[in-house]
Design a protein around this ligand. Structure first.
Ligand code: SAH
Length: 394
């Protein structure tokens, strides 16, 4: 097996079970490992550290997989990782829920692989060259564990170019998913477009937060910003909201949201679905003197990296200030950040800063997290990305 030898001191993170070795940490590459091939990593004193998979192209040159020197990374090893991940989620799938993340990359010890279950279909994304090589085993294992009707790959993600991989979209097993796959989450029906929708078609990471937020909306006027296909909107109707105004810049998202309201039989007269830029629309609502009882702000990732954190903080602040201005006293703001670079303390500060600017006194009454099908591995804190706050205007 080809060997990777690390520079002095660069083995520390790897000993602490962190799964990434950056190219700058490598002193020598012995042999000529191919993209995605298994390599053995040693420290400068030639002590074995771990096995991993090599990438000649990526900034993450080795993704570490196994710290036990006697274990072999073979077909059975990969299949076992898939089995473990799927087994841990079994209790999430029941009569009211047939949708969840099955595999969450590094957090499930399968770096670069995402798999989501949507009723009888599975959507997968592959970000790493090594996974490309073992994909047939992974697909076969998913088929034998879950018996899906079809598995569809949506690997049209920027990170693949960093790995020297071309886009790869298409059917990898069974039937092509219909244009709309009917799924159930929190007992609510959604029509999901696996082939054309954003990400893998749905944001199942907000499942619990949608449900928790809806506990506060009975008889209330709700504004759901960045609604996508209606995750927060539908949970609000289910919980008896008086009205929900949903805003998203994507026409496809708004169309899907309207269809989802219809398939669940909610009263369309209580829904306003607006295709608009959220900031622009919030400004307009402010000028019109509109007020709401509960506002959801679930924007896309504003801080893709640490270096963009300052700029992103200002964007989060402006957005939250606009939201807070539209709340009545006693009103609630459910505000989220899915930027991994922004931790919960920074996010709290940003929201506090927004409240000061808005001239509002606020209380934090709840914190939101990513759900258990998006676990955070202790040795990989980078996997923690979704956080939120439920804020009351005093
Ligand atoms: N709350 C959603 C997920 C939101 S994902 C749910 O529960 O499923 C972020 C959404 O923001 C996407 O649907 C995207 O189309 C939308 N978006 C991105 N930038 C926007 C902008 N400036 N104004 C309005 N919507 C925007």
């Amino acid at each position: 097996m080809n060997k990777i030898i690390l520079h002095k001191g660069k083995d520390k993170a790897a000993w602490q079970l962190h799964p990434w070795v950056f190219s700058g940490a490598i002193k020598t590459v012995e042999g000529s490992p191919e993209n995605g091939e298994v390599v053995a990593v040693y420290n400068v004193d030639l002590e074995f550290v771990a096995y991993g998979v090599y990438s000649a192209v990526s900034r993450v040159a080795v993704r570490l997989l196994e710290w036990h020197p006697d274990r072999v990374i073979d077909e059975a090893w990969w299949r076992n990782r898939v089995q473990r991940a799927v087994k841990m989620r079994a209790h999430l799938l029941n009569d009211t829920n047939d949708t969840c993340r099955l595999i969450f990359a590094e957090a499930d010890f399968l770096p670069g692989l995402i798999a989501d279950k949507y009723a009888d279909f599975i959507s997968i994304q592959v970000h790493a060259a090594a996974l490309e090589r073992v994909k047939p085993w992974i697909i076969d294992e998913l088929v034998s564990l879950l018996k899906p009707k079809g598995i569809y790959e949506r690997s049209d993600i920027k990170s693949r170019t960093h790995e020297g991989l071309p886009d790869s979209n298409g059917l990898v097993y069974g039937e092509v998913p219909p244009e709309f796959v009917d799924v159930l989450e929190n007992g609510i029906r959604y029509q999901i477009n696996i082939v054309e929708g954003q990400k893998s078609g749905f944001y199942c990471d907000q499942r619990e937060n949608r449900f928790l937020t809806a506990q506060y909306v009975k008889g209330k006027r709700v504004l759901d910003c960045f609604s996508y296909s209606g995750g927060f909107t539908l949970n609000a109707f289910q919980a008896g909201a008086a009205s929900v105004c949903s805003v998203d810049s994507s026409a496809l998202a708004i169309d899907t949201l309207k269809r989802n309201i219809a398939v669940n039989g909610y009263d369309a007269a209580k829904s306003t679905a607006v295709q608009s830029d959220v900031n622009k629309y919030l400004r307009q609502l402010g000028e019109e003197g509109e007020k709401f009882d509960l506002i959801v702000l679930d924007p896309p990732k504003y801080a893709p990296s640490r270096s963009s954190l300052d700029k992103a903080s200002r964007a989060y602040k402006d957005l939250n200030r606009r939201g807070l201005m539209l709340l009545e006293s006693g009103g609630l703001l459910a505000t989220f950040s899915c930027s991994g670079a922004m931790d919960i303390d920074t996010f709290k500060q940003v929201v506090a800063w927004a409240a000061l600017d808005a001239g509002k006194e606020i209380q934090y009454i709840r914190q939101f997290h990513q759900p258990e099908d998006h676990p955070v591995r202790a040795s990989f804190p980078e996997g923690e990305y979704l956080k939120g706050l439920l804020v009351r205007v005093v």
